[in-house]
Design a protein around this ligand. Structure first.
Ligand code: CTP
Ligand code: CA
Length: 225
């Protein structure tokens, strides 16, 4: 029996979703990246598509099967993800930034494989903050949802990110919790807006994707009280 939410409650929306972890090459065989399976972003893409949205999934490398019915734009680096997001931004009514973006890139990418000759110091420069850029450019009616991975003081750091980046909401993951998050099929989150914090207890990433979209739709169409 299809849950009620599988009715087309997202038809008319074009959802731009980023997923996976971007990678910054150090040399032809090594990169700086971070722990992200892409599962949460792909679950969101599939959920939105099932609910009638058109989905553009801008994906950094993952080991996952692409969800059917979504347009997939493969990228590797943060620079490529930024370019793809900005290029597709005019089409989007909802942007969900589930990707784990590499925060730094090596200032120099070595042409040849670096040899292991002793201690190594690498000079890194920060990457662009795609979420902040997207939020700064958004037009009325467009919603921007970010993610935040925190290991301590999760709510305080999450609210700070929400305000600093100008997102409409942040899906906050406390990544210090054992057994959920990262490679797991399960996750828990807090959906933070400027003035609310909605606790989403541990469930499958598929279920969590739908819960997140439910709250996004509440932002879109505030409940009448
Ligand atoms: N993000 C982004 N561009 C970056 C870094 C992060 O768009 N260069 C986005 C992520 O996709 C996510 C949100 O910002 O939606 C928060 O990511 P997070 O890593 O938690 O925040 P940072 O601002 O990078 O802060 P820090 O890693 O220092 O905690
Ligand atoms: Ca970061």
């Amino acid at each position: 029996l299809a849950p009620l939410r599988f009715r087309n409650d997202m038809s008319g929306e074009t959802v731009l979703i980023t997923a996976g972890g971007t990678r910054e090459a150090l040399d032809p065989v090594r990169f700086l990246g971070n722990r992200s399976s892409g599962k949460m972003g792909y679950a969101l893409a599939e959920a939105a598509q099932r609910r009638g949205a058109r989905v553009i999934l801008i994906s950094a490398p993952t080991a996952l099967q692409p969800p059917s019915g979504c347009e997939i734009v493969p990228v590797t680096t943060t620079g490529e993800m930024r370019a793809a997001v900005l290029a597709r931004l005019p089409e989007a009514s909802l942007i969900i930034k589930a990707a784990a973006v590499a925060d730094y890139r090596p200032r120099i990418r070595e042409e040849q494989k670096m040899k292991r000759t002793g201690p190594l110091t690498i000079d890194f420069e920060p990457t662009e903050d795609i979420l902040a850029e997207v939020a700064a450019r958004k037009t009325p009616g467009v919603l921007v949802i970010g993610f935040a991975a925190e290991t301590e003081n999760a709510i305080a750091h999450g609210r700070d990110k929400l305000l600093r980046k100008g997102a409409d909401a942040i899906v906050l993951n406390d990544v210090s919790r054992e057994g959920i998050g990262f490679d797991s099929d399960r996750n828990a989150a807090t959906f933070l807006t400027r003035n609310t914090a909605i606790d989403m207890p541990e469930m499958t990433k598929r279920e969590l994707a739908h819960r997140i979209l439910d709250e996004v739709l509440v932002l879109r169409r505030p409940r009448l009280v």
